[in-house]
Design a protein around this ligand. Structure first.
Ligand code: ZN
Length: 316
């Protein structure tokens, strides 16, 4: 004989309604928690999930406190979504995503301040955070089972290292101040110092401007020229090009620096492309030194090559 509810029918209907609300609430949560399982999650995405998940949890707690809701047979299933989201929110990988976002922001600021060591350190922290987040994602298809003992150890030391640099939150959404004075700089691994020194050397080289596009020359301080419109040439290579073109029947001195030079408000578009495969990305710069620096230091592909060009419309 079926058990007879001791609740009045109207109360049962009300409970069902509240359980439906709980269910609807719970179903909205997995895509939000999913943001936190993505190694490429942005700072905005992480902040959004960090606000929305606790909000959903407290709304669920309010519904659970209503008569009959906690005991309802549909409730555990609805709650399983919310519990999974809560675990995701509190997982170490979510902390790593927050650090990654903070490091990315700090690297951009360091880049604007020509602080090569910090650019290298912060980018390295971001990269290692995202790598570990990827390793934390359980993908049954590839047989990944979350972090290994080594990954856990890497997570601990990475979080400590990030804290040294002021990238770790205090739990209230704010961060401790970034280290700014040179006295406080922690000793960095030799590999990072080497990369920072390389970056500084590139910056010094690029102070002379854009490199001549003649592969046998590559002198810095080349200019845009007429006729060979895709080229940037130094004075020597302009002479050589004119000599060669004259023997091919072109008029004398057909290649000249662009009359009036490059406008002050010109935009320099650096296109970085994969020389041996697919893919490219562009970076807009406001001066030739920066353009050449980006061309020499950004390596989005294993075989990155570059071109620098000036679009017709100047900066607004
Ligand atoms: Zn040259």
């Amino acid at each position: 004989m079926p058990q007879i509810s001791t609740l009045r029918p109207s109360t049962t209907a009300e409970t069902d309604r509240q359980v439906l609300r709980l269910y609807a609430l719970a179903r909205r949560v997995p895509p939000i928690a999913g943001i936190l399982a993505h190694p490429g999650a942005t700072g905005d995405g992480v902040a959004y999930a960090s606000t929305r998940i606790p909000r959903a949890l407290s709304a669920a707690r309010r519904l659970l406190a209503l008569p009959g809701v906690a005991e309802h047979e549909e409730t555990p299933y609805a709650m399983s979504f919310l519990k999974a989201a809560e675990s995701q929110l509190n997982a170490p990988s979510t902390t790593l995503l927050r650090i990654a976002a903070a490091a990315q922001e700090a690297a951009t600021r360091a880049d604007a301040a020509d602080d090569d060591l910090r650019v290298v350190v912060f980018r390295d922290i971001e990269e290692r955070c995202r790598y570990l987040v990827e390793a934390a994602v359980v993908t049954p298809v590839y047989g990944r089972q979350g972090w290994s003992t080594r990954d856990h150890a890497a997570n601990d030391s990475l979080q400590q290292w990030a804290a040294h640099w002021g990238l770790v939150g205090r739990g209230d959404g704010s961060r401790s101040a970034l280290l700014l004075s040179t006295e406080q700089v922690p000793t960095v691994p030799a590999e990072l110092s080497r990369r920072a020194a390389e970056r500084a050397a590139a910056r010094a080289r690029c102070a002379a401007g854009i490199r001549c596009t003649e592969r046998t020359c590559l002198a810095y301080g080349a200019v845009k020229v007429t006729f060979l419109v895709d080229s940037w040439l130094c004075a020597g290579c302009i002479r050589a090009a004119n000599t060669r073109l004259a023997t091919e029947g072109h008029v004398r001195d057909i290649v000249q620096p662009v009359p009036g030079g490059t406008p002050d408000r010109a935009r320099y578009i650096v296109r970085l492309y994969n020389a041996t495969g697919k893919g490219s990305r562009t970076v807009e710069c406001s001066n030739p030194q920066r353009a050449q620096f980006i061309a020499e230091t950004e390596r989005p592909f294993n075989n990155t090559d570059y071109t620098i060009w000036i679009p017709a419309e100047p900066r607004s």
